[in-house]
Design a protein around this ligand. Structure first.
Ligand SMILES: [Fe+2]
Ligand SMILES: [Fe+2]
Length: 378
């Protein structure tokens, strides 16, 4: 099957695949950062009590990626791939997917296991790159947010994100089969967030949208993995991420209450655009290429999945939607964003608990203290 202009959904896939990262050998990537750096002379700590509490919590929740995770655990990536539901031509046929005429037609069981491994590595690599995006965004927030309590908190998040980049890079290098370069569309999204000169857009793009999706995705990975080091790593990362999303909600709630309808409309559009990009444009094309299959052929054979009714796709929005609701973004301007989220089939999460307080449920400080006491005693 070829992608033709007659099928708009596949034409869209074609457009997405046409944009690829052509700088895979580069070691740096430069983005123009046009925002103002803002000093504040108002040093009154605790003027924003919830942010101040979050800052105190963050100071007591720091963990050390080198010593608080058990890196001696051996990881068998192939075994991990076998534990998942490995695809095959037969299982695909049962789902009504015919891969005849594509490279997949001749794939052996081993090829499918290798695909599974590559797919895991690709996903973790994109998380690692996303973590670096969070590191940059949060460093930027330290400069641009006008409130001292927020600058203090953001400084702790910079350390958290450095740790996250560190653990994902180490896990990929030592326990898996290396890194994939950043996907073009993920890089473009991070570039757009960093490039925006308005300080709240950094928060909206990173803390609410990207980190909201990451928190949900990490939660799903945590539930499904049996690999003990990865499970522990995810638990610790999620405890930090929950604070980060809370930071976004607590900061923007105050700011958005003062914005005009026209200003809120820009935020609604920005949020929806980020949602669609994250959901529809990260297609693992680099995995198919590495496996010797033509991504266009494969994706055409798989058909365009109806993401609006796919429970996995919907769950990715389980943190984003209640947080957008809390910020007033769902209902502003006649419910513009609510209607758009309706088209994605995700508004059912609206009344889930927002992450402004939920971070306390993810707390691992007692776990870390216990682990350190045990290590000292032995
Ligand atoms: Fe992170
Ligand atoms: Fe984060």
């Amino acid at each position: 099957m070829t992608i033709t202009e007659k099928d708009p959904a596949l034409q869209e896939v074609d457009d997405i695949l046409a944009l690829t990262n052509e700088e895979v050998d580069a070691t740096v990537h430069i983005v123009e950062d046009t925002a103002d750096a803002i000093f504040t002379w108002d040093y009154e700590k605790g003027k924003r009590p919830q942010l101040s509490r979050l800052y105190e919590k963050a100071k007591n929740s720091q963990w050390n990626a080198s010593t608080d995770l058990d890196w001696s655990i051996e990881v068998d990536q192939e075994k991990m791939a076998h534990e998942g539901e490995t695809l095959s031509v037969e299982t695909l046929a049962m789902l009504g997917i015919d891969v005849k005429g594509t490279a997949l037609e001749k794939w052996s069981k081993d090829d499918w296991v290798r695909y599974e491994m590559e797919s895991q590595t690709w996903g973790l690599s994109q998380f690692m790159h996303g973590e670096q995006g969070a590191l940059m965004c949060t460093a930027k927030i330290v400069e641009t947010v006008p409130w001292i309590d927020a600058k203090y908190y953001a400084a702790t998040q910079v350390m958290d994100e450095a740790r996250h980049v560190e653990v994902f890079a180490r896990y990929l290098d030592e326990k898996m089969n290396g890194h994939y370069p950043i996907n073009f569309h993920l890089r473009a999204l991070l570039d757009d967030i960093i490039n925006d000169s308005r300080w709240d857009m950094t928060y909206l793009g990173m803390q609410i949208m990207v980190e909201g999706l990451a928190l949900a995705a990490f939660g799903m990975a945590y539930q499904t993995t049996n690999e003990p080091l990865f499970k522990q790593l995810l638990k610790y990362v999620m405890s930090d991420e929950a604070r980060h999303v809370a930071f976004g909600v607590l900061s923007l709630r105050e700011y958005y209450a003062e914005l005009s309808d026209a200003e809120l409309a820009e935020r609604q559009e920005f949020a929806f655009d980020a949602a669609v990009r994250m959901r529809d444009r990260f297609l693992q094309q680099e995995v198919w290429e590495r496996m010797g299959a033509d991504p266009k052929e494969v994706i055409a054979a798989f058909g365009v999945i109806d993401k609006n009714s796919d429970p996995f796709q919907q769950l990715l929005f389980s943190k984003i939607v209640p947080n957008c609701s809390k910020l007033g973004l769902l209902d502003a301007n006649g419910g513009w964003l609510r209607k758009r989220f309706d088209t994605l089939g995700v508004t059912q999460f609206e009344h889930n608990s927002d992450t402004g307080e939920e971070y306390l449920d993810f707390d691992v400080s007692a776990d870390i203290a216990e682990r350190r006491a045990r290590a000292q005693a032995s």
